[in-house]
Design a protein around this ligand. Sequence first.
Ligand code: PSU
Ligand code: MN
Length: 322
Amino acid sequence: MRKREAASNEPVGSMVLGSEIAEALRRAIPVVALESTLISHGLPRPDNLELAHEAEEIVRSEGAVPATIGMVGGVPKVGLDAAELELMATREGIPKLSVRDLALAAAMGSHGATTVAATAHLAAKAGIRVFATGGLGGVHRGARESWDVSADLVALARTPVAVVRSGVKSILDVPATLELLESLGVPVAGFRTTRFPGFYLTDSGSPVDWSVRSEEEAARAILALEVLGPDGCGFVISNPLPEAEQLDPTLHDRALRTGLEELKRRNVRGKDVTPFLLDRFREETGGESLEVNKRILRNNARLAARIAVALADLRAGERARS
Ligand code: PSU
Ligand code: MN
């Protein structure tokens, strides 16, 4: 409540930056954005809150400042504090906000967990260029009938943020997702791989055209995109899980099959599809998918922080030369 009062002097919809983040951005200290839908809808309690803190600590240990993004009492907040992280992790029924929902949630004074699309959107507005998450939304299986294509894809075509994640989950149609990213002009690169990762699995079965060999090379790509375009576009950096750490493929295939069957039987639609399938996966794999998910998030937080640091170094070098 206090948050709302504090922000009530601001025009509706204006964003609030945590003080540490505002300071970091002013001083060109690297910042990494983190999303809140993952906390509210992607992971079960109490792992969600633990991981939210852990991801922030990992970013810090690599020399960058974490900014978890969400909506608190109608205020878009870049850099949730500990109480706000707890709210995202424990409050029942926090709405899941994509980009189009932000203004409505702000007008209504709602809390909200931001998806990849909405997180990247707010991060870009704040001037943050690097974002770590687990999986990206994409084209759902059966999209030809349902038209279920995540707004994450469209958002990345017009939001200048590099998203470090581990492919898209096999709950989606991976080749169709890659095709659409191509049509939308969203650059995609593997981190030290030319195979597009399948989230729980190291390899989704689809290739990627470009592979960056180091954090510095990823940062160079971000700088080059700013100059060459597509103007204002995002960048998908795919960080695969090492093969020894992936989910057992047999277990994976079984969980996927039963999850998809149940989705159809219960006629789950819209925003609920992704959380529903994630939950089914967790149950079917006896919690194994959750462990893999956590590993992925830790790895991506680390890599994103290293890329943000490399980017800050490159920018500092360019400033010194000019
Ligand atoms: N994929 C995951 N875990 C997640 C999500 C996607 O493996 O938690 C979340 C992200 O916040 C993503 C959102 O932006 O789901 C996509 O939802 P939809 O498919 O409804 O666009
Ligand atoms: Mn959808």
